[in-house]
Design a binder for this molecule. Structure first.
Ligand code: V47
Length: 381
């Protein structure tokens, strides 16, 4: 099959169709698809490749949902490995970094759906982090969490977002989207909000002026058609609100979960998914190669298959490492700069909203940060 008709549309800036997306997935020559995606990437961003200085807080892994792909969640307090942080424990993670002079700009906060915590637990968590560092960007709570709080605490989605924002919420991460097709959701995450509910939380957030990201979990039981459908539903919402900043394809990791018999996606599947995403999602500006999940080497290669962002320094990731990711827990900013530079791209440190923090000489002369020895995490409740 020739890519010519698709190439013509891409060059003319025309949106690709569902059939085009499926054809790109089925096209035998990965490098041809990648080169086309790279044209789009370079038209949008040139060589610029973004990263940020961030870390994750997963305040609790207690979760009423039983997603088959998840290795992180525990059903109830007291189950082996279940934990819920006290506020002091969560706040200490930021305080340690501030004390050590780490110029961190973002905290990524994602939790289980805990049925025994008051809503104040979350607002107080955010407010305390902002007290320690008022300019830290809090990218917190997936749409699945927001929708659960709406149901559990009996407040509208808008009111939940309003209260979280008043406490310090700055934007929403893109997790929990999985695959929108009801056939797949029913099998792998039946007790999670529906695709429409997930999209509606983002629609509401965007209308309130909050930015967010979006994701797709690929490599479980979905078809290529269901992946394309997923991306097109994100594109349609973006057409309406323009509130998504970044799309992040998430490769399934099979260890320690109910889908462990499935193989992980191969490198070729990863690169093809990045390229197709760059081509289909013409209206979402950034495409993130989340190195924690892709592996540093594939993430580096993805910078030539459409991706223009590597996420951040991360430091202590749980969701993927409990699912068998063998990537490091952290990369220093120097290491990220090297990964990007050796890929032949230009590193740019950004904040969460893609404002430039440092580039060029300023980036090269930035003081490297080595994280301090961590106090052990005491598990409460
Ligand atoms: O929602 C869970 C996925 C997501 C597994 O917005 C798994 O900047 C693969 O959303 N194998 C959480 N995937 C991570 C996430 C994210 C990551 C980085 C940046 C951003 C951002 C968002 O991880 C979950 C789920 O879709 N996930 N378990 C697994 N075994």
């Amino acid at each position: 099959m020739t890519l010519s008709p698709i190439r013509d549309k891409v060059r003319a800036g025309e949106p690709l169709t569902f059939e085009d997306g499926v054809a790109l997935y089925r096209h035998a020559n990965l490098l041809e698809v990648g080169a086309l995606a790279n044209d789009v990437r370079e038209r949008l961003h040139g060589d610029r490749t973004y990263f940020n200085r961030n870390f994750h807080i997963n305040a609790t892994n207690v979760c009423v949902a039983s997603c088959m792909f998840c290795s992180f969640a525990r059903l109830k307090e007291g189950d082996a490995g279940a934990y819920t942080m006290t506020h002091d424990q969560a706040w200490a993670k930021l305080q340690e970094r501030v004390d050590a002079g780490d110029p961190v700009t973002e905290i990524h906060i994602v939790n289980g759906l805990h049925d025994g915590l008051p809503f104040d637990y979350y607002t107080d968590l955010l407010a305390g982090l902002k007290r320690i560092k008022p300019d830290i960007h809090l990218k917190a709570f997936t749409a699945v969490e927001i929708f659960y709080y709406h149901q559990h605490y009996g407040l509208s989605v808008e009111e939940i977002l309003r209260r979280l924002r008043a406490a310090g919420l700055d934007s929403l991460p893109g997790g929990g989207a999985e695959i929108f097709a009801p056939r797949v959701r029913k099998k792998i995450c039946d007790d999670k909000c529906t695709a429409d509910q997930w999209l509606d939380v983002h629609r509401t957030a965007h209308r309130m002026g909050l930015r967010s990201n979006c994701t797709m979990l690929y490599g479980t039981i979905e078809t290529v058609e269901e992946r394309v459908d997923h991306m097109l539903r994100l594109r349609a919402l973006q057409e309406e609100t323009a509130g998504f900043q970044t799309f992040i394809p998430l490769a399934f990791h099979p260890d320690n979960n109910a889908l462990m018999k499935l193989p992980a996606p191969t490198g070729v599947e990863d690169l093809r998914t990045y390229a197709v995403a760059r081509l289909l999602l013409h209206n979402i500006p950034h495409l993130k190669a989340y190195w924690i999940m892709l592996g540093v080497k594939t993430a580096q290669t993805a910078l030539w298959f459409g991706a223009n962002d590597l996420d951040g320094t991360v430091q202590e990731e749980k969701i993927y490492h409990m699912a068998g990711a063998d990537t490091p827990q952290t990369l220093t900013s120097d290491e990220i700069v090297r990964v990007i530079t050796e890929a032949g791209r230009t590193p740019v440190e950004r904040d969460t909203l893609y404002n430039v923090v440092a580039e060029g000489e300023a980036l090269r002369s930035a003081k490297p940060f080595r994280r301090p020895v961590r106090r052990s995490l005491e598990i409460v409740s």
